[in-house]
Every structure is written in structure tokens, then in C-alpha cells.
Design a protein around this ligand. Structure first.
Ligand code: 5GP
Ligand code: ZN
Length: 113
């Protein structure tokens, strides 16, 4: 099974990492939808947030720790930011490897599209 995020993480020429620990990496989205648009990605292949919650809840905790670290460091915790986890076809998930979108640097609108 080929997975673009597994390939990126294992690549000899990986994306610039904004954060990394043993379980999670954070790197910029290739098609940014906000001044700051990062992807919070587990190193291990897990398809969805539901699968992660059921098989490895620690992984979800590790992802939120990465969010806390990055938002503090980039100074977007106080002005605010948005976390998005698109899941499945109706959710608009196009990459089948769990990831959180971390969007910041502009005023977000609601409802989402
Ligand atoms: P989804 O649509 O699954 O919620 O989000 C997938 C995201 O991955 C999209 O925002 C897309 O721009 C991003 N993406 C797809 N391929 C690559 C890539 O090769 N590198 C990076 N950095 N982002 C990618
Ligand atoms: Zn993968």
C-alpha cells in the first residue's frame, strides 16, 4: 500500500520539520490555505482519528502535545488557530494517513465549506 505521508516521512529528502518527536512530525502543507498551514502527522501509519483512538490513544495525546508546542512557539496560541481533522469521503479526507491541519494567521470563518 503506498501512502504519500509514509513516503514523505521516510524520504531521503523529507519536508522541513517544524516539530518532531518519536511519534509525531509537523511540516508545512504543500497547498497552504492560511498564512500558517501545518500538518500534524503521526510517524506510524494510522488511517483515521477513530482508528487511532481505538488502537493507540496515546498517539492522539502525542499529536495534541505537538500542537501545544508548535502553537506556543509560533505565537499563535493567543490570537488563536484552527485544528481540522478531515475524515472519510464526506469529511474531505484526501490522504488516508491521519493528520491534523493546523491553520493560523488569519481570521477563520464559520461554517466551514
Ligand atoms: P486532507 O485533504 O486529507 O484533509 O489533507 C491532505 C493535505 O495534504 C492537503 O491539504 C494537501 O495539500 C496536503 N498534501 C498532499 N500531498 C502533500 C505533499 O506531498 N506534501 C505536503 N507537504 N503536503 C501534501
Ligand atoms: Zn501512511
Amino acid at each position: 500500500m503506498s501512502c504519500i505521508f509514509c513516503e514523505l516521512i521516510a524520504s531521503a529528502d523529507p519536508p522541513r520539520l517544524v516539530y518532531e518527536d518519536e511519534a509525531v512530525v509537523v511540516f508545512p502543507d504543500i497547498r497552504p490555505q492560511a498564512p500558517t498551514h501545518l500538518l500534524v502527522v503521526p510517524r506510524r501509519h494510522v488511517a483515521t482519528i477513530v482508528e487511532a483512538a481505538e488502537t493507540d490513544p496515546e498517539l492522539v495525546t502525542a499529536m495534541t502535545r505537538a500542537v501545544a508546542d508548535v502553537t506556543r512557539r509560533l505565537g499563535v496560541e493567543a490570537p488563536g488557530f484552527r485544528l481540522v481533522v478531515n475524515t472519510g469521503d464526506d469529511g474531505g479526507q484526501t490522504v488516508g494517513h491521519l493528520h491534523m491541519h493546523l491553520l493560523a494567521g488569519r481570521r477563520m470563518t464559520w461554517p466551514p465549506g
